[in-house]
Design a protein around this ligand. Structure first.
Ligand SMILES: NC(=O)c1ccc[n+]([C@@H]2O[C@H](COP(=O)([O-])OP(=O)(O)OC[C@H]3O[C@@H](n4cnc5c(N)ncnc54)[C@H](OP(=O)(O)O)[C@@H]3O)[C@@H](O)[C@H]2O)c1
Length: 349
């Protein structure tokens, strides 16, 4: 093992107190698992990007079981500062982040182990992982940008898979996954229809992505937004939907997807009510749509996403809504919980 001076780490653990207004996180200090196991890697974390999932878990809303008082966070970028003596794929100084499901390497595995749920997450100043679950991140990106890749980036990547230049994508909302999808869609030459509940956010996005123009719909003031999508696509429908609402929007999404198109089910941001799915089966059959479940992506997907970003030298700085110091993790999680962001909120160390 290479020598590293550090022997302890600071991390934010959940309090599991779900009462409104109480602290959701507690900063703790703990000894690092040293010496490193032969294939383990010690990473000095420089940035942790937050996701809706973090705010949801911290507030007790996660639909899947979580480790009691676990460490929050699943998106991190950091620098390799020590390696076990059998590590072969990484060297000191590499820019890396762990994949968010550490049992999802090739896509063929059957188990799962999500960071911040089945095992501790990455909201810490140092993390230790096996080299097999660490991915090299693009070197042209700064720490904050790179930290957005493992969850939001790879989810957007997986959700857009199979698209080709000139096709049309409907992207719902202006959250982190959606903004990443917008970036990738633009890089891939796709036409974008973006929805939001806020005219102000839509105006900002139209300004930011002025050429070629993006088409926009306010889904709050236009409850029949699917009709508007059909109008914008001359009655045909979009080729693909980045579906973020869940039961509240899924049937409408299917109704404005072209025959044979794809709906990538990513999120469940609306209040989930199975009664809203009464027309699900008939609509899928009628429109011959492929409904595709997205669960971030495998390590191979993460590597492909990083390769695309490196090849295009795309910057991600315009995805960043706000950077908080690491110590203000609680405020940052609350900011997300209130839905105040456009794009990514990141903790910087
Ligand atoms: N399956 C996966 O692999 C995966 C990975 C990451 C995230 N997710 C899930 O995907 C969803 C988005 O995650 P995120 O991190 O991007 O969240 P986020 O950054 O917190 O996004 C929140 C934004 O989504 C929009 N939104 C809220 N309710 C909506 C609704 N009913 N219909 C459409 N848009 C709505 C809002 O945009 P406006 O303010 O513009 O209206 C809101 O600001 C979440 O449900 C998250 O749990 C899934």
């Amino acid at each position: 093992m290479s020598d590293a001076q550090v022997t302890t780490r600071r991390a934010f653990r959940r309090t599991d107190d779900y009462n409104p207004g109480t602290s959701k996180l507690k900063l703790v200090e703990k000894t690092l698992p040293l010496p490193l196991l032969p294939t383990s890697v010690l990473v000095k974390v420089h940035a942790v990007a937050l996701n809706y999932r973090d705010a949801n878990i911290a507030n007790g809303g996660n639909p899947w079981p979580v480790l009691p008082n676990g460490i929050l966070g699943n998106d991190a970028a950091g620098e390799v500062i020590a390696v076990g003596d059998k590590v072969r794929t990484l060297v000191l100084g590499d820019k890396v982040g762990p994949i968010i499901d550490t049992e999802y390497i090739s896509g063929r595995e059957v188990g799962r182990s999500w960071l911040a749920a089945d095992e501790d997450g990455v909201m810490a100043d140092h993390i230790v992982f096996d080299e097999a679950v660490l991915c090299k991140l693009p070197t042209h990106l700064d720490w904050v940008e790179a930290a957005t890749i493992p969850c939001a980036g790879v989810t957007a990547w997986s959700a857009l898979k199979g698209m080709s230049i000139g096709q049309t994508v409907l992207i719902q909302g202006t959250g982190g996954v959606s903004m990443f999808a917008l970036k990738l869609a633009r890089a891939a030459g796709l036409r974008v229809i973006l929805t939001s509940s806020s005219d102000k956010k839509l105006e900002q996005m139209k300004e930011k992505f002025a050429s070629p123009p993006i088409l926009t719909i306010n889904y709050a003031t236009s409850p029949d937004w699917n009709q508007e999508v059909l109008r914008l696509t001359r009655g045909v429908g979009v080729d693909i939907v980045i579906e973020n609402g869940g039961t509240g929007s899924l049937v409408k999404s299917l109704k404005c997807t072209r025959r044979g198109g794809i709906v990538s089910q990513v999120g469940y941001l609306a209040k989930q009510n199975p009664m809203e799915l009464a027309e699900l089966v008939s609509t899928i059959i009628d429109r011959r749509v492929i409904l595709r479940g997205i669960n971030a992506g495998s390590k191979h997907d993460t590597e492909d996403c990083c390769a695309a970003l490196s090849a295009s030298q795309a910057s991600l700085d315009d995805l960043i809504d706000r950077i908080f110091p690491f110590e203000q993790a609680e405020e940052a999680v609350q900011y997300i919980w209130e839905g105040r962001q456009i794009g990514k909120v990141v903790l910087k160390l």
